[in-house]
Design a protein around this ligand. Structure first.
Ligand code: GLV
Ligand code: MN
Ligand code: MN
Length: 400
């Protein structure tokens, strides 16, 4: 048995927040491969070393703190959204560090820690863990670009001489990830812990509409080939069409739009936008893709616009490992009796990729107001430390 130290855990969690602190509440801006992200990972590597672990950066920029193995791998990611909170990913990494550190102090040395790179999808979708788990190759990842056109391949040169080789996944017996819920269920129900049953599937694609850039004063309305008007019609029509396919938990989002040249006196000649959709059912995800492609193609044709679909990125829905789940459920029942539940995850997580390579499971703590991917993201510290204890309890009950 071993006991994690809540004060040391919270101190490290707050320190990690200082890398990229936004100055707005507890918000953080630490996108993958930014100077703040790399500095945070250098600090994490130092903390891992101080705990007796061997830090190792792989070619994707994933940071491992290796124990003696074979044993469990614990962790999450430490990159953030362009406007992110202090807990999304960071919580799982620091909880992992504290649990593994406490275990080592008690003489158990098989456990390892990881902070995956680009979970937040600046370039791909959970790019670091997708690469490490073999879902994609570096040849496929390197050309992926962020919204400003920077490629994953170019971005990872910022790692300098840090990367070594890939770590063999076979040295780990399973993966446990602690995370904030990022939704309203626990906050509303009053439960303090959730054990994740499944992680939804996601599809994400960049779509380009090409029209004709022209003068906004002299071009008659009937002669315009306005890329923005095409996008506006697509967004409205898709809301209706996808609602006809959707189940209760289906979601879709146009979250990023770039107009060219994006100024008031020019009819936009180009609109590039992100189209993302999520659901727990692969058939429904496929049906939504067909509806999206058809709608875009129809509206583009009617408006004499070009339509180009970028590569589609995604992950299929995945169930968490029953054995690891049972351990988390037993720990939750012991430490949070009557105040925990089972819950599917509508957010994506590195555990979804790892499930293809090893048993993987997750636990959630509440998000205040259900807010995440925003500077306002937060969780009561009592819930953070309860989650830490549940994670430690589940790990301690499992040998190897
Ligand atoms: C991951 O952060 C997601 O978008 O679900
Ligand atoms: Mn996350
Ligand atoms: Mn996130």
């Amino acid at each position: 048995m071993f006991t994690p130290d809540p004060d040391r855990f919270l101190a490290d969690l707050h320190h990690l927040r200082s890398f990229g602190a936004s100055g707005v509440g507890k918000g953080v801006v630490r996108p993958a491969f930014s100077p703040e992200d790399i500095a945070a990972r250098d600090w994490l590597a130092t903390r891992m070393e101080e705990a007796g672990l061997t830090p190792h950066v792989d070619p994707a920029g994933n940071l491992f703190g290796l124990g003696d193995g074979p044993g469990l791998l614990l962790g999450s990611h430490s990159d953030t959204q362009p406007e992110g909170g202090w807990l999304d990913g960071a919580l799982g990494v620091i909880a992992a560090l504290e649990v593994v550190r406490a275990a080592r102090e008690a003489g158990r040395t098989d456990l390892s820690v990881v902070s995956f790179q680009d979970e937040e999808g600046r370039f791909g979708v959970t790019t670091g863990s997708a690469l490490w788990s073999g879902a994609i190759t570096l040849d496929q990842a390197d050309p992926l670009t962020d919204r400003d056109g920077l490629s994953f391949g170019a971005a990872r040169t910022a790692l300098g001489d840090r990367p070594g080789d890939w770590i063999d996944p076979a040295r780990f017996t399973g993966f446990l990830e602690m995370h904030i819920e990022q939704g309203p269920v626990l906050d509303r129900s009053g439960d303090r812990i959730a054990v994740v049953t499944d992680i939804v599937g996601i599809r994400d694609m960049r779509i380009t509409l090409s029209g004709e850039q022209n003068h906004a004063g002299t071009t008659p309305m009937a002669l315009r080939r306005d890329a923005f008007q095409g996008l506006a019609e697509i967004a409205t029509r898709l809301d209706t069409r996808l609602a006809g396919i959707a189940g209760a938990a289906t979601v879709w989002t146009i979250g990023h739009v770039a107009l060219h040249p994006n100024t008031s006196s020019i009819v936009p000649g180009k609109a590039v936008f992100s189209m993302q959709w999520r659901d727990g059912d692969t058939d429904r995800l496929d049906a939504m893709e067909r509806a999206i492609r058809e709608t875009v193609t129809e509206i583009a044709a009617a408006r004499d616009l070009g339509a180009a679909f970028g590569p589609m990125r995604g992950i299929d829905p995945v169930a968490m490992d029953p054995g690891l789940r049972a351990g988390l459920e037993a720990a939750a029942a012991t430490l949070s009796p009557g105040a925990w539940r089972k819950l599917p995850s509508g957010a994506l997580h590195d555990a979804a990729n790892l499930a293809a390579r090893m048993p993987a499971a997750m636990l959630f703590v509440p998000s205040i107001g259900g807010i995440s991917h925003a500077f306002a993201e937060d969780t009561d510290e009592a819930d953070l430390t309860l989650g830490l204890k549940v994670l430690a309890h589940a790990v301690a009950q499992r040998n190897g």
